[in-house]
Design a protein around this ligand. Structure first.
Ligand code: ADP
Ligand code: GLC
Length: 473
C-alpha cells in the first residue's frame, strides 16, 4: 500500500473556492480502490478549525515563519487529514487567499511556503509515526515543497499537479531568507523566474513527475499562448508531463439521488426541475433551450464573450440562468444585462444547493472559457443530461463530443463545441444549439448519450496509481 501525502490549499467539502477543492477531496477515496492511502495536509483556516470534530496534536513547531504552530491529525467526511494549525498565518476573517475586498493577503508567500515546508518536513520526519512514500502537491501553493526536500537531502518522490498555470505564486527576491530558501539555487534552473521567486517554477523544475488535469491542456501548456511563461520549462520536462482528466464525485452528483432536486433517471424527468428553476430565477416559459452557467466570474471563463454573444440565444427564444461571483466589473455587467433581458436571470453569489438545481433544471450548460485545464461543470452537465456548450480548449475538448454531422450520424454527440474562442463563434454555437434543441428526437438522443458517459474517477485514479507505483518500485 503506497502512502501518499497530498499537499493542497483547499479540499471539499471542508473548504472550497473552485475545482481544485473537488479534486483534492475526491482523490483519496478514488485511490483507496487501488490500494493507495492518501492523507491530506491542509492549512488550518479559521473556517476549517471550527468544523473539525476532534483533532490530535502530532507535532509542534516553535517558529513556523513567524509564530507557533501545531500539526493536528483529524478525520472528517471520510478524509484522513493533517491540519496545519498556525493561527498567525491562517486564523483570520476573510477569504483563504485574500481579504473580503478581494486583495491577496500580503503574507501569502509565507502562508503557503509554510504549508510546503511542513509537507517536506513530514516526508523527512513523519507525522505521529506515519511517513509518506510520495508527496503529491497541487498548484503553486505546494510549489516550494521540492526545494525544502532538496535542502534536507530527502529522497521522497514529489508529484506535482498543475490545475491552473495562470497562478505562479511569485514574490520578490528580498524574501529568499524569510522563506528559508537556498540562495545558491535562485537561478533559472530552479525557482527563479524573471528575477522573482516563483513557487510554481520551483515545482516544475523540482518535481519527479508533473501531471495536469486533461490531455489537451498538457499539450496546450507547451505553447507560449497557454504556458504563460512556463512553456519553456514544460517543454524541457515534456517526458515527465502527463495529462490525467478529472473525474467528479458521482455520489454527490447523481440525478437519481440528488437531495437538492426532484430526482430523475431519464431526460424526461428534467421537466419539473426546469419549471422549478425558471420559477426560482423569475423566468417565464420559453420555446428555446434554458441554458445555465455556474462559475467563478473571471477573465478565464469568457463571461465578456458570453455577454456579447447572448443575443443569438435570447433572440432565438432561449434563456440563461447564471450563478457566479468574482470580478466586480463582470458582476455589474451581468446584472445590467439581466435588467434589459427578460430571458436572462443572474444570481451573484456562491450557492452549492442552487448549483445542483441549475444543473438539473437546465437544458444546456455553458462553459465558454478562454482556457480550461479541465472544468467540472460540463461533467456535471453530462451526468444530468444537461448538454454542454463549451469552448474547444483543455478539458472541455476532451470530455465533450461535438454535434458535428459525423458525430450526429454515428449517434455519439454529447454537446456543442466552438472554436476559436470568440463572441462570433459563440454566437454561431448558440444558433446551432437552438436548432438542435428544436429537433426533439436528436436532442433526446444526445441527452441519453451524455448521461451514459463515464465521468467518475475510475480511469483517472488508476493513472495516478500507476505514477505512484512507477516512482516507488
Ligand atoms: P475552476 O476550478 O476553474 O473554478 P471548475 O469547473 O474546475 O472551475 O470547478 C468549479 C467548481 O466550483 C465546480 O464544482 C462548480 O460547481 C463550483 N462553483 C463555481 N462557482 C460556483 C457558485 N457561484 N456557486 C456554487 N458552486 C460554484
Ligand atoms: C482549476 C481549473 C479547472 C480544473 C480545476 C480542478 O481551477 O481552472 O479547469 O477543473 O482546477 O483541476
Amino acid at each position: 500500500m503506497t502512502q501518499i501525502l497530498s499537499v493542497v490549499s483547499e479540499c471539499a467539502p471542508l473548504i472550497k473556492t473552485g475545482g481544485l477543492a473537488d479534486v483534492a477531496g475526491a482523490l483519496p477515496a478514488a485511490l483507496k480502490a487501488h490500494g493507495d492511502h492518501m492523507r491530506v495536509l491542509l492549512p488550518g483556516y479559521r473556517a476549517i478549525m471550527g468544523k473539525l470534530p476532534k483533532t490530535k496534536a502530532v507535532d509542534t513547531y516553535r517558529d513556523l515563519f513567524g509564530g507557533k504552530a501545531t500539526l493536528r491529525a483529524a478525520e472528517a467526511h471520510g478524509l484522513d487529514l493533517l491540519i496545519l494549525d498556525a493561527p498567525h498565518l491562517y486564523d483570520r476573517e476573510g477569504g483563504i487567499y485574500g481579504d473580503a475586498a478581494g486583495h491577496d493577503w500580503p503574507d501569502n508567500p509565507e502562508r503557503f511556503a509554510a504549508l510546503s515546508y511542513i509537507g517536506a518536513l513530514i516526508a523527512k520526519d513523519g507525522a505521529g509515526g506515519w511517513t509518506p512514500d510520495i508527496v503529491h502537491g497541487h498548484d503553486w501553493q505546494a510549489g516550494l515543497t521540492p526545494e525544502y526536500l532538496h535542502g534536507w537531502g530527502v529522497q521522497t518522490p514529489f508529484v506535482f499537479t498543475i490545475h491552473n498555470i495562470a497562478f505562479h505564486g511569485n514574490t520578490g527576491a528580498d524574501r529568499l531568507h524569510s522563506l528559508r530558501l537556498d540562495a545558491s539555487r535562485f537561478n533559472a534552473d530552479h525557482f527563479e523566474f524573471w528575477g522573482q521567486i516563483s513557487a510554481l517554477k520551483a515545482a516544475l523544475a523540482g518535481a519527479d513527475r508533473i501531471t495536469t488535469v486533461s490531455q489537451t491542456y498538457a499539450r496546450e501548456l507547451l505553447t507560449p499562448e497557454f504556458g504563460i511563461g512556463m512553456d519553456g520549462i514544460l517543454r524541457a520536462r515534456k517526458a515527465d508531463l502527463t495529462g490525467i482528466v478529472n473525474g467528479i464525485d458521482t455520489d454527490l452528483w447523481n440525478p437519481e439521488t440528488d437531495p437538492e432536486i426532484t430526482p430523475y433517471k431519464a431526460p424526461a424527468g428534467k421537466a419539473s426541475n426546469k419549471r422549478a428553476l425558471q420559477k426560482t430565477f423569475g423566468l417565464g416559459k420559453s420555446d428555446g433551450p434554458l441554458c445555465v452557467l455556474v462559475s467563478r466570474l473571471t477573465e478565464q471563463k469568457g463571461i465578456d464573450l458570453l455577454l456579447q454573444a447572448l443575443p443569438a440565444l435570447l433572440d432565438n427564444g432561449g434563456q440563461l440562468a447564471l450563478l457566479g461571483s468574482g470580478a466586480p466589473h463582470l458582476e455589474v455587467a451581468l446584472a445590467e444585462a439581466a435588467e434589459r433581458h427578460p430571458n436572462l436571470a443572474v444570481k451573484i453569489g456562491y450557492d452549492e444547493a442552487l448549483s445542483h438545481q441549475l444543473i438539473a433544471g437546465g437544458d444546456a450548460i455553458l462553459v465558454p472559457s478562454r482556457f480550461e485545464p479541465c472544468g467540472l461543470t460540463q461533467l456535471y452537465g453530462l451526468r444530468y443530461g444537461t448538454l454542454p456548450l463549451v469552448a474547444l480548449t483543455g478539458g472541455l475538448a476532451d470530455t465533450v463530443i461535438n454535434a458535428s454531422p459525423a458525430a450526429l450520424t454515428a449517434g455519439a454527440a454529447t454537446g456543442v463545441q466552438f472554436h476559436p474562442v470568440t463572441a462570433q463563434a459563440l454566437s454561431d454555437a448558440f444558433t446551432t444549439l437552438c436548432a438542435l434543441y428544436a429537433d426533439a428526437p436528436t436532442w433526446k438522443k444526445m441527452q441519453r448519450n451524455a448521461m451514459k458517459q463515464p465521468v467518475g474517477w475510475d480511469t483517472s485514479a488508476a493513472e495516478y496509481h500507476a505514477i505512484y507505483t512507477d516512482l516507488t518500485t
